[in-house]
Design a protein around this ligand. Structure first.
Ligand code: NAD
Ligand code: TDX
Length: 334
């Protein structure tokens, strides 16, 4: 099989490529990535010289580049996106361009190239925010995004579905819970908190840490996509479930593993429009045969160990990053 992976230099994409070449060593993987601030080629440096791996530096919103990258491809796995909610609050247009327009450009080229499958990697955030006792999202839940990031991803989800309904492009979609694991950019909650603590700094926990997310180890997400590529129904959306935790529970677990106390928590203001809770009904995927290999507590410990042993990877990424906390968001809003 010849796979085009978009956004393969990012967190989930790089883990997916490692997973794929380990489990399908006969396949060819072409990675199309623009190498934005979130693209880290070092995450794939072990693949240098591997004849089953090719890298193309390019923008998914550039029709010419995409057309060339799509030549001879039978399966597309589309990860490329702007992915950080806080950044989307201060710079929404780049999210619309990459996440929505970029997906449309890819879909168009996939039609022309007559690919056998276009798999779109989406997020549970497109369904909006749940209250504490609401039932989890299902694939029938109407999209109700509340952040510029989620809205730009919801636009992409709609386009993917429209290309199936209108042109019968053979698509599948996964909407996944929050991932964690190695090569996760230190702007996101778990790697930010681990790396701050490894540097002796406090961790900025929004509100009282009461917001809830579901967490899934990144290789279990890769395994879910693999299964959907093999057994998923064309045109279908599959939700990928994780383990629910409040942000305070996640923070306490990281502190416990590192042997630190709660004086390292700095309570800060919520991001604008902070979604309270996401939760997914994973029945359809479990019915296909998926179950995660990793538990949150154990894999979080392994992830912390990875960050301890790989500061060469994350230290340079923390230097000179812009301030995107609530005060910067309010300033943009005015
Ligand atoms: P990431 O920010 O770590 O990586 C994104 C990658 O896309 C980077 O390598 C970046 O260089 C590339 N990219 C950005 N704009 C591009 C463009 N215009 N053209 C080509 N490449 C471009 O993101 P991630 O956390 O790995 O997320 C990957 C996908 O999974 C996204 O679509 C995201 O919406 C989805 N998702 C993420 C999570 C999560 O917890 N991280 C959960 C569910 C779904
Ligand atoms: O410094 C922080 N302090 C804090 O309290 C950060 C970065 C986050 N938080 C809170 C906000 C959220 O309630 O932690 C929670 C998780 O925040 P993020 O790591 O920014 O993730 P989230 O907003 O939930 O979105 C993530 O999961 C779904 C990914 O970034 C998305 O790309 C994915 O679609």
């Amino acid at each position: 099989m010849k796979l085009l992976v978009t956004g393969g230099a990012g967190f989930i994409g790089s883990n997916f490529i490692h997973y794929w070449l380990k489990n399908h060593p006969e396949d060819l993987v072409v990675n199309l990535d623009a190498l934005t601030y979130a693209g880290h080629p070092e995450s794939l440096k072990d693949l240098e010289g591997n004849s089953n791996y090719q890298f193309i530096k390019g923008d998914i919103a550039d029709g010419e580049v995409v057309k060339q990258a799509m030549a001879g491809i039978d399966t597309v796995v589309h990860f490329a996106a702007e992915s950080h909610v806080d950044r989307s609050i201060i710079d929404p247009l780049v999210f619309v361009r990459t996440n929505t327009l970029g997906t449309a450009v890819l879909l168009n080229a996939a039609m022309d190239a007559k690919v056998k499958r276009f798999h779109h990697v989406s997020t549970d955030e497109v369904y909006g925010s749940l209250g504490p006792t609401d039932p989890p999202f299902t694939s029938e839940t109407p999209l109700k995004p509340r952040t510029p990031y989620a809205a730009s991803k919801a636009g992409a989800d709609h386009l993917v579905k429209a290309f199936f309904e209108t042109y019968r492009l053979p698509i599948t979609v996964t909407n996944c819970a929050n991932n964690y694991g190695p090569y996760h950019d230190p702007e996101k909650l778990i790697p930010r908190f681990i790396t701050n603590l490894l540097e002796g700094k406090k961790v900025p926990l929004m509100g009282k840490g009461e917001n809830i997310r579901e967490w899934l180890f990144v290789l279990d997400h890769a395994k879910a996509i693999d299964l959907v590529l093999q057994k998923g129904k064309i045109g279908e959306t599959y939700l990928v479930q994780g383990e629910e935790r409040t942000n305070l529970e996640v923070t306490r677990k990281i502190l416990e593993v590192l042997g630190l106390d709660e004086s390292y928590i700095e309570y800060v203001e919520h991001r604008l429009g902070h979604d309270f809770r996401y939760a997914n009904d994973g029945t359809a995927l479990r019915d296909l045969g998926w179950k995660p290999d990793h538990t949150f507590d154990q894999s979080l410990e392994e992830t912390i160990k990875w960050y301890k042993e790989n500061d060469w990877w994350w230290k340079p990424l923390k230097e000179g990053r812009p301030n995107i906390d609530r005060s910067a968001q309010i300033k943009y809003g005015k």
